[in-house]
Design a protein around this ligand. Structure first.
Ligand SMILES: [Zn+2]
Ligand SMILES: [Zn+2]
Ligand SMILES: [Zn+2]
Ligand SMILES: [Zn+2]
Length: 678
């Protein structure tokens, strides 16, 4: 149970590790707590990551092996490292953080009396945050910045938190003061370059009155003077029946203020505001041990950079356009499964080199170094351009190649992190020609890292209008440790037979019509993805959805507890057609239930029933004949009633779906058997 912190520290509250690394949470995101909305700081302010850095430096001083030292000493303090070497390499490459050494698991963080502490040992390993917005109202709707309220607080400063003010009363002729909680403002300014700012009310007041006809002009409010030098701003309701800002009146109560008459807030949501470029998530909030209302944290003016976009918008702090994060997920693979022989040899040599360096055996270092350089040479020559869209395909192709082509024994070399059973032979004859392999995955480890975040709209690779922001503020070469979340699960992997796919034909005219429809620019990235994947993307994706929906019908798994991972590529070098359906610990539905569906009878029933069920939709014939529905109208024969799953289960926002491409009796992939299955 969360207890209130009586001292002037951060907003201390238990925050789930999954909330700190999700589509909606991470550095720069707002989290709503009992004390108000707080903004999560960049990773340089995360206590446990700094601890890793500290331990690393200790290891260097003691001439210990850094990996082993950090692992051991960190472990004693509740800090664990991920062993997902593949994700580490990929992150280095994707973020150009060449000196990254440690993927650090975000620990469970619990509220303590004084600190956001890691469960267990008492080390101050908090994830820092600060209030956002930093504007608070008293009961009479007078507003001041957090800093102003703090400065006005006359009792012991440590008792200011959670933010409150003293109101004077009279009792029996004697004055006394009562602390009353402050109410936080609920709007912020956000821009497509990722900045976020408080709304500058006093500046707005002056501008609005001085320039009464400028409502449609671009305005740089942060460069306008405030109404006076001691603003005492109040926002009051003028018309009870008006909604939102239309019925609100802004004024200044400072007797010397020339703008005390005030102004209506009507039209405020459509202002064309110039962005001041604020990056409050990069301010210095830590270390928490010395945090007694650190001035940098109270200050209303956060770190800033040049931006000057004039399409900044006003957003509610509860709005869903404040934060979008991109997460990179990895299925753990032992190095032997994804590295070439040369790469494995190099890895070994690098480890030897590190040991030789620690032992100060420089002659040996040189020999090893020379051998590494020989290995590096051909790799450099064949290095292809690392286009971002190809990165994800190559990364998944490593997983697909292992799952589709390696033997059980080859895969199961690190059983606690990955354990599979080949159940392809459980398939009935009728299904054999369509599948290359089906794996029962008893144990898999999914590790996730956040790539970046954006505001206003999600960032897609190639976006020119939206800027993606890093979760770190240092120079890339100084990032030594990166936060990740680890999750164990179980799943079923399906790989389609490539020959069957090669020979399959579909009514491609339906797809050309779909992709040639006129769409707005928001659909550009999504349409490009559909074009690249083509009908095989639709086929694989719809199959994954039908299986998830069937699992819900059959075993009562809510689809929200299931996840899909698609393996689709038409490129010769990374050709793959398959999917993984998995469930992770913590999700509803008991573990073990999913893999039971791979037993012989279950598996064939699952496939048969999923395909047959898809032949009928409550919205047919409308749904079956649709030439574009769903988000961006990028679905064909697929709707809520027949092919969509819970938003959290789908990798692709429930688009690229079509039942016809799978089960149409003349053109579908399963056309030869669909009528026999019924
Ligand atoms: Zn004023
Ligand atoms: Zn900006
Ligand atoms: Zn439908
Ligand atoms: Zn999906």
């Amino acid at each position: 149970m969360a207890r209130k912190d009586s001292r002037n520290r951060q907003a201390n509250e238990a925050v789930s590790k999954f909330k700190l690394l999700s589509a909606y949470g991470g550095p720069g995101s707002l989290v709503h707590t009992a004390y108000g909305s707080i903004l999560i700081s960049c990773i340089e302010e995360w206590g446990f990551l700094n601890k890793v850095k500290e331990l690393y430096n200790e290891a260097l001083q003691l001439a210990e092996d850094p990996q082993a030292y950090v692992k051991k000493q960190g472990g004693l303090q509740g800090i664990c490292l991920s062993n997902d070497e593949r994700l580490l390499r990929e992150l280095k490459d994707a973020k150009r953080i060449d000196n990254l050494l440690f993927l650090t698991l975000i620990p469970n963080i619990e509220l303590d009396d004084f600190y956001n502490e890691i469960e267990g040992p008492r080390a101050h390993l908090a994830i820092n945050s600060e209030f956002m917005p930093k504007i608070f109202f008293d009961k009479r709707d007078h507003l001041k910045t957090y800093e102003q309220w703090y400065n006005a607080w006359t009792r012991e400063k440590e008792k200011f938190f959670p933010p409150k003010y003293l109101q004077s009363f009279q009792r029996d002729g004697a004055p006394f003061e009562v602390p009353i909680p402050l109410k936080q403002d609920n709007i912020v300014l956000i821009c497509k370059n990722g900045h976020i700012s408080d709304f500058p009310w006093a500046h707005f007041l002056r501008w609005r009155i001085e320039q009464p006809h400028a409502l449609n002009d671009e305005i740089d409010l942060y460069n306008v003077q405030p109404c006076c030098n001691r603003p005492d701003i109040q926002i009051s309701e003028t018309a009870a029946n008006a909604t939102g800002f239309d019925g609100k009146w802004l004024k200044c109560n400072n007797p010397g203020c020339s703008f005390s008459g005030g102004t209506s807030l009507k039209g405020i949501m459509s202002l064309k505001l110039v962005c001041p470029g604020h990056k409050p998530w990069e301010s210095e909030t830590g270390p928490p041990a010395s945090y007694f209302g650190k001035p940098e944290v109270r200050r209303a003016q956060p770190p800033a950079e040049a931006c000057r976009r004039s399409d900044t918008r006003i957003a509610l702090t509860t709005g869903n356009n404040l934060y979008f994060s991109r997460i990179m997920t990895s299925i753990f693979m032992p190095p032997e499964l994804f590295m070439t022989e040369g790469e494995l040899r190099k890895l070994l040599l690098e480890q030897q080199l590190e040991r030789a360096m620690n032992a100060k055996n420089f002659a040996l270092c040189m020999t090893i170094q020379a051998e590494i350089e020989v290995l590096n040479a051909p790799a450099m020559a064949s290095a292809s351009i690392n286009l971002e869209e190809n990165r994800d395909v190559r990364f998944r192709f490593q997983e697909y190649s292992a799952f589709a082509h390696k033997s059980e024994d080859e895969i199961n070399i690190s059983r606690k992190d990955l354990f599979v059973n080949d159940v392809t032979t459980n398939l009935a004859d009728i299904f054999r020609p369509y599948f290359h392999r089906i794996l029962r995955i008893d144990r898999l480890k999914i590790t996730s890292a956040q790539l970046d975040f954006s505001r206003v709209e999600p960032y897609e690779s190639g976006s020119t209008d939206i800027m993606n922001r890093n979760i770190f503020r240092s120079r890339a070469e100084n990032v030594l440790s990166y936060p990740v979340v680890e999750n164990f699960g179980e799943g079923i992997f399906f790989a389609f037979d490539h020959n069957a796919i090669q020979q399959a034909e579909t009514d491609t005219r339906r797809f050309s019509r779909l992709l040639n429809r006129r769409r707005n620019r928001f659909a550009e990235g999504a349409t490009y993805f559909a074009e690249t994947g083509g009908w095989r993307l639709y086929m694989t994706h719809t199959f994954a959805h039908l299986i998830m929906r069937e699992l819900e019908f059959r075993c009562g798994y809510p689809t929200a507890s299931l996840s899909e991972r698609l393996f689709v590529s038409n490129d010769a070098e990374t050709k793959m057609y398959g999917c993984l359906i998995y469930t992770a610990e913590g999700a509803e539905g008991s573990m073990g239930g999913l893999i039971a569906q791979t037993r012989e009878t279950n598996l064939n029933d699952l496939l048969r029933s999923a395909l047959v069920r898809a032949t009928i939709c409550n919205s047919d014939p409308l749904c079956w004949r649709s030439d574009g529905q769903g988000l961006f109208e990028l679905n064909l024969a697929s709707c809520f009633a027949c092919g969509l799953v819970s938003e959290t289960s789908c990798e692709h926002r429930n688009i690229y779906l079509d039942r016809q491409v799978l089960i149409d009796s003349t053109n579908g992939f399963f056309k030869d058997i669909i009528n026999r299955l019924k």
